[in-house]
Design a protein around this ligand. Structure first.
Ligand SMILES: Cc1cc2nc3c(=O)[nH]c(=O)nc-3n(C[C@H](O)[C@H](O)[C@H](O)COP(=O)(O)O)c2cc1C
Length: 324
């Protein structure tokens, strides 16, 4: 991570907002509420297809569900057609009144990229501009934010150019994931490029990539970002938001959760998924990947994790925890 001498007083640090990163299949209302209770300031839905909204499909409707307690909340949209995105954004705003619309310019998945969506717009700046302009106009005065990667690949890092275009198009805040599309989720996030974006635009820039502790956060804010966005680390440890807030100068000293508190949060998450799905087997099956993330670092090692990867009821999970 970038080495810069600190120029932040503790009162500056207190203004840093913490964002839960949008994560498909992860950041549903249940997990978003958990993160909010643990200190996340701003939430976003997982990415939602503009086409799905136009077709009013059932899965899309579920992605758009949120509760009032989650505000301020943004709906993240993806697509490649400016007009369709603008119409979809307008429908979302009229229908569910989120606090902002977020545009996804970072998804590396080929099914998104091949339809000119997500990170493909990083190498098509004219289309990126058209998308941003169309959506900003369609939902004004509601704020429209954007999430980008630093470029398509290491030979085409263009985050400062992209950010300037977005700012000129009326985008009010930009989250920058410090990786290229080609990197996917491998390698390290490049916070030097994030710092360059901060210097290139006047709108707030939110830094994203590899923040897994308050130490990482304190280092990251030296880039001058207005906020930090946290993804994978929250899947393992939703307490990361309160840990970072405490380190940034909040009043309360952070007390790490006990093992029992971690287990209780996992149980609660499972119970809420079961209630939401109305089917324990379906809920626990969908929780398996989540449980793998939550129990990273738990005693019990590989044998525990193998059993967790097959767990099919809450009682089974309780037995596994009881045996630890
Ligand atoms: C399972 C998963 C799903 C993701 N889904 C989305 C998404 O829907 N929209 C988006 O903009 N980024 C998505 N991302 C990227 C994250 O928002 C974030 O940029 C990335 O994980 C880097 O941050 P981190 O190092 O804190 O995890 C996803 C990442 C993961 C791991």
């Amino acid at each position: 991570m970038l080495e810069l001498s600190s120029c932040f007083s503790s009162s500056d640090r207190r203004r840093i907002s913490l964002f839960l990163a949008p994560m498909a299949g992860v950041t549903n209302p249940i997990f978003r509420r958990i993160c909010k209770e643990h200190g996340a300031d701003i939430l976003t839905t997982e990415f939602v297809s503009a086409d799905g909204i136009m077709h009013q499909n059932e899965r899309t409707r579920r992605y758009l569900t949120f509760t009032e307690g989650e505000r301020p909340l943004g709906v993240q949209l993806f697509g490649g057609d400016p007009e369709r995105l603008a119409t979809a954004a307008q429908r979302v705003v009229d229908g569910i009144r989120p606090d902002f619309i977020d545009l996804n310019f970072g998804c590396p998945a080929s099914k998104v990229v091949c339809r000119h969506g997500g990170s493909s717009l990083l190498r098509d700046c004219p289309r990126l501009e058209q998308v941003a302009l169309a959506v900003v106009k369609a939902v004004a005065p509601l704020p429209v934010t954007a999430k980008i990667r630093i470029g398509w690949d290491e030979n085409s890092i263009n985050a400062t150019t992209t950010a300037r275009i977005l700012e000129a198009s009326g985008i009010t805040r930009i989250a920058v994931h410090g990786r290229t599309k080609a990197q996917g989720y491998s390698g390290k996030a490049n916070w030097e490029v994030i710092a360059q974006v901060v210097a290139a635009v006047k709108i707030p820039v939110i830094g994203n990539g590899d923040i897994a502790s308050s130490v990482d956060a304190l280092q990251a804010i030296k880039t001058g970002v207005a906020g930090l966005m946290i993804g994978r680390a929250a899947m393992n440890n939703p307490w990361i938001f309160s840990e970072i807030h405490a380190a940034l100068g909040g009043k309360s000293k952070f007390v790490p959760p006990t093992f029992q508190e971690r287990c209780e949060l996992i149980r609660r998450h499972c119970r809420e998924e079961i209630t939401s799905k109305g089917n324990e087997l379906a809920a626990m099956s969908s929780m398996r990947a989540r449980l793998m993330a939550y129990t990273k670092g738990f005693p019990g090692g590989r044998p525990l994790r193998e059993k967790i990867s097959r767990v099919s009821s809450l009682a089974e999970l309780e037995d596994l925890f009881a045996a630890l």
